[in-house]
Design a protein around this ligand. Structure first.
Ligand code: Z16
Length: 793
């Protein structure tokens, strides 16, 4: 324990001296992390005892991903000892920032969905609410990305062996998960059964402390690891192969963002997570099972954990001996569901036969849920199309989204537009059947990591003008509105932004040996690579600028650096070709003596949470250019806004709500609307070829692309070619391209008016408080979970 700088220094030095080997930065990191873990222990225990003694309702957030990022700095900060430790270490000759860099990146998520879960954990603990995460302890998180000759290559990571050392094994809480086997119905009134000849997998939880702001509340992120069970549960033969199958379950994260593979291993992961978490919740309760909805809320993050619905039914029916009606009543008052996408390819569908073989009892329960639901719907007068939409099992396929809606008491989308599309189109029939189930909860981000931690310089500046109440209540950033025309404040803001740009420049020059002009405009497009996110439109536009510079000697625009960062799913061929295309164009432009004075492209390799923390604060422009209607919410858009970058984007996802906060004058919006996109899709009235034929500039661009001139070194652009030409440009890249180009010109014009630009930035910051995940979590609690805060502590 250390409460003063002197105590800290003494404790740290003592541990240093106990080391036998010479102290590396890595060991210094481990020592510090160990001290923080001990520091947290008392509050963690107290929080747990409090929850137990006071019988407070608990929320469990089930998610297949938790993209938590590094913990050391954030924990120090939330414990309010960051400065103390920083100074103490400095006096001992260590640099805290350097030690923070030693922590391995726990990449236990792909992108937005996983990072959202992590922001929610931070907000729950910081609002002193009893909410915990349940996830999987993947040995390897998301692959690390290495560019070879401009192509993405994927390299496995080994988070657990590089141990960051934050989680503790809880052998005492191990549970056992049954796969395969045969169902033995118990003949009687009830829908009860047992399973014989199952293959058992041992699930061991590792608990990680989630430290809320100002310490005190420390919640738990429980990550399950798959292990070989004890002797008596092992099969008679071939234990080695069995072990390989078992260990594979928590071996690695599936690297797909917004697409579903339908692989059996993924299904095993999902059931493993749901069964282990639910068994533990039921086993350790101290209330009658009928009171479950009063004591427990379970939120499922997308359909990945939707097997929680039939699994809870199984445990209530077969384990607790309840009737179907009792079990269904409890289940549908405990579980609620968040939808994160309307993209068809991301909707989870499982082959009935696969489900039935792997999880026979679960499949039987899903069939019964489906049968009863169809029976209920039968009383309504429905056409065959509506009946289809209301079926869980259809043509040998189990539709997880339908199961999730039927088995939950609340269903939400993640931004206003997205929720409207769900209610009016994708889930229209379900919404009509369950008129009070659907609601919106616009996403949020934790301002503690994305502003206070990532941008301490801006945070101090803000505090120096409005005081520090905003750190507790970020909506109070509104108070900055009084200063958005104050030239002194704007000047100070400008120097902070420059400082962050300089820091990023230095970091990238050191780590990637790239030269960057820190005085140029920093334009950033950082997110997973996906067709609908339209990195292709961005690079097409840059190529058009290059052509203009070449053709028109009078056209010499203000210098801009275009940053790209993001990974493509390993098997997503189109997205990987876009990465190569960007790098090919980058090489050409960056080496062109004339063009490179005006345009510069930087591809930041292996974009992850730690790199993101360095990039958002340095941005001038936030590229949010998804095809309208396709991005459910976006959360990077909010991180940029909070750091004063201006949105250049489409009217999609949460961009719409950002503009609602700041007014049209403080963002650059372009492109076809969601309405128009959906109309084009329905009526099939968009023809990319017409644009290629009529628009000279775009025509030239496409012929350069097809002739290989643009894509030298990228001989094979077949996936890009076929998407634009054969598939008629499904993401409307060419449709929006010129409007996008004109909008970039508007951006440049404003940028050159420094004060006007700073004012826009300041308004963005002042209005960003509503996008704190504290607001989102408060709304979930008020309207879905009904949690009590722990004020009394
Ligand atoms: C994901 O990150 C998202 C949706 C999805 O179906 C699967 C994954 Cl892995 C994203 C959305 O694309 C994004 O718009 C949203 O902001 C994010 O989830 C969090 O809700």
């Amino acid at each position: 324990m250390f409460y003063s700088k002197e105590e800290f220094k003494e404790n740290f030095s003592m541990r240093l001296e106990q080391q036998e080997q010479p102290v590396t930065l890595q060991t210094a990191y481990s020592i510090l992390a160990g001290m923080v873990r001990e520091f947290v222990k008392r509050d963690w225990n107290e929080t747990n005892h409090f929850y137990q003694n006071e019988q407070r309702k608990q929320l469990y957030y089930f998610s297949i991903e938790f993209l938590i990022g590094r913990m050391l700095g954030q924990n120090l900060m939330n414990l309010t000892i960051y400065e103390l430790v920083n100074e103490g270490l400095g006096e001992l000759g260590y640099d805290l920032a350097e030690l923070e860099e030693q922590e391995p990146e726990p990449g236990l998520g792909n992108g937005g969905l996983g990072r959202l879960a992590a922001c929610f954990m931070d907000s729950l603990a910081s609002l002193q609410m009893p909410g915990h995460g349940c996830g999987i302890r993947y040995r390897g998180g998301l692959f690390s990305q290495v560019l070879k000759d401009g192509f993405q290559t994927e390299h496995p990571t080994d988070w657990i062996n590089d141990s960051a050392g934050w989680d503790i094994r809880r052998e005492d809480l191990a549970t056992y998960i049954p796969f395969f086997g045969e169902v033995q119905p118990e003949h009687g009134q009830r829908f009860k059964a047992s399973l014989t000849n199952a293959e058992w997998v041992k699930a061991v939880p590792y608990d990680m402390p989630i430290v809320g702001a100002y310490g005190k509340t420390v919640n738990t992120l429980r990550l399950w690891q798959a292990e070989l069970p004890e002797q008596h549960l092992l099969p008679k033969a071939d234990v080695e192969t069995y072990k390989q199958h078992v260990v594979a379950i928590s071996d690695r994260l599936y690297p797909d963002d917004s697409t579903e593979e339908g692989k059996i291993l993924r299904l095993k992961q999902q059931y493993f997570l749901c069964s282990a978490s639910l068994q533990t919740i039921l086993k350790n309760r101290d209330f009658p099972v009928s009171a479950l909805p009063k004591h427990v809320a379970i939120q499922i993050n997308d359909t990945h954990p939707a097997l929680a619905i039939p699994e809870l039914m199984r445990l209530l029916l077969d384990g607790e001996g309840l009737s179907w009606e009792e079990a269904w009543g409890i289940t549908t008052h405990t579980i609620s569901y968040t939808n994160h996408t309307i993209l068809e390819e991301a909707m989870e569908k499982w082959d009935s036969s696969m489900l039935e073989q792997l999880l026979p009892r679960i499949y039987m329960i899903i069939q019964e849920i489906d049968r009863r639901f169809k029976e209920k719907c039968h009383q309504e007068n429905l056409d065959s199309e509506a009946k289809k939409k209301l079926s869980i099992i259809e043509d040998g396929i189990v539709k997880m989204a339908t199961l999730a809606v039927v088995g939950s008491y609340k269903v939400n989308g993640v931004a206003k537009l997205h929720t409207e599309i769900l209610k009016m189109r994708e889930m229209k029939e379900l919404n009509e059947h369950f008129p009070h189930k659907f609601h919106n909860k616009t996403n949020g981000i934790t301002h503690r990591r994305w502003l206070m931690k990532a941008n301490p310089e801006l945070s101090s500046l803000i505090t120096s003008v409005i005081g520090n109440e905003w750190t507790k209540d970020p909506v109070k950033l509104h108070q900055l509105n009084e200063f958005v025309q104050d030239p002194v404040f704007l000047g100070d803001f400008k120097s902070v932004k420059q400082q962050k740009k300089n820091q990023l420049t230095e970091y990238l020059e050191k780590n990637q040996t790239i030269k960057i002009d820190p005085e140029s405009i920093f334009d950033m497009h950082i997110k997973r690579f996906h067709g609908y996110k339209r990195q292709l439109m961005n690079i097409f536009h840059i190529q058009m600028l290059y052509n203009r510079i070449k053709e028109d000697s009078a056209y010499r625009p203000y210098p801009r650096t275009f940053f790209f960062g993001g990974k493509a799913a390993k098997s997503y061929r189109f997205a990987k070709q876009v990465i190569k295309l960007i790098n090919t164009v980058a090489e050409k432009i960056n080496n062109d003596p004339v063009a490179s004075k005006h345009l510069h492209i930087v591809f930041v390799e292996d974009y992850n949470v730690s790199r993101a923390e360095k990039m958002f604060p340095a941005a001038d422009i936030s590229e949010q250019i998804s095809t309208a209607s396709k991005e459910a919410s976006g959360t990077g858009n909010m991180k940029f806004m909070m750091n004063g970058a201006i949105t250049l984007g489409t009217f999609d996802g949460a961009n719409i709500e950002i503009v609602e906060q700041i007014g049209d004058d403080n963002a650059f919006i372009f492109g076809v609307t969601a309405q128009q996109v959906m109309q084009f899709e329905e009526e099939k009235t968009y023809h990319a070829r017409e644009i290629i034929e009529k628009d000279r500039e775009i025509g030239q661009l496409i012929s350069e692309l097809l002739s290989g001139k643009l894509s030298k070194g990228l001989e094979n652009i077949d996936f890009i070619r076929s998407q634009i030409i054969d598939e008629n440009d499904p993401y409307f890249v060419l449709k929006d391209l010129q409007h996008y180009a004109r909008t970039h010109n508007r951006v440049l014009a404003v940028y050159e008016d420094t004060l006007a630009w700073q004012e826009m930035s300041a308004v963005n910051i002042a209005q960003s408080g509503i996008f704190s995940s504290d607001r989102t979590i408060q709304q979930y609690s008020d309207e879905v979970w009904d949690l009590e805060k722990i004020y009394s502590r």
